[in-house]
Design a protein. Sequence first.
Length: 393
Amino acid sequence: MVPPYRGPAAPDPIELTQALIRCPSVTPADAGALGVLEAALTPLGFRCERMRFEAPGTAPIDNLHARIGTGRPHLCFAGHTDVVPPGDETRWRFPPFEGRIAEGRIWGRGACDMKSAVAAFAAAAGRFLAARGPGFGGSISLLITGDEEAEAVNGTVKVLQALAARSEAIDACIVGEPSSSEAVGDTMKIGRRGSLTGRLTVRGVQGHVAYPNKADNPLPRLVQMLAALGPGPEIDQGSAHFDPSTLAITTIDVGNPAANVIPAEGRAVFNIRFNDTHTAESLGAWLRQRFDAVGGDYALELHSGADSFLTAPGELTGRVAGAVERVTGRRPAFSTSGGTSDARFVKDYAPVVELGLVNATIHKTDENVPVEDIEMLARIYQAVLEDSFPEEG
Ligand SMILES: [Zn+2]
């Protein structure tokens, strides 16, 4: 009988989470976080490569691409080690970069979003490799960026471009963002809404309020244009996997301190979170149609933050959901709600789902996660690996 393969010990997901939290990696600082991860992955046989990118006007960012195996299928885990700022540290029960365990929970910035998921995947990969050895019949990689929480220009999007340029194809990707709502694995994201920001400027002619016929007040038109955006007309009715698109006006600015002057222009900003029945272009047309109906001189500037996308329920979603169910006894719900994530970049290269911890405390003071949830997530990720590389025979 062939003795089971005994590779190097898998990292402990709890200790690794603590070690990562102790690096105050507020974007764009790395603060040693990728080095901690690299030190955990290298002994497992991962080839670790730092990929540093920069662009004018942005901070240079280190990313880590770690891969074991050269064959297909290639399963990629994508995540980030950067975190949002802790805010006023005196308001935290425990210092945000201490990684304290208390009351059965790990406390600290990044405990939930998403250093623990990165640690859980490293542990899962270590356990999987310890059982199966490096000849498991494919490739596993981690694509870990330090640029997710801020502008996300020197992170995942550029690593993916670089991998594609050297023909490193990815067959499936799991993003470890905290997707769950009440219990680990109760929800996975199979798509995301798109985000479009509009800046509307309505122009007129300045003048004295006593002689409005000699001026052209842009504000009534601005009000009419905004009223045409809702509440009232729905942008759409939603689709099979998405809620209806939503629009929120975020500011209306005139900045006119004088009560006796008709201003020359007024501005408003709004954001649309849209489903897969729309693109940024179709929404631009939807908006201009409403604004043109009001008429007058206006300018509309649109900034597309992300397109919506959907990984249609199929092989990958079934594989991941099956692994979750085997470990937790719960079948995850498929969701497309929430903000954007780096999955919006991955979707151009491979089918992608997001599966991670409960998102109750992300970006908050006293961010924390139950220790047992991290272990649970590691077991889920390990089950995904087992199902992605089934043993032959
Ligand atoms: Zn995150």
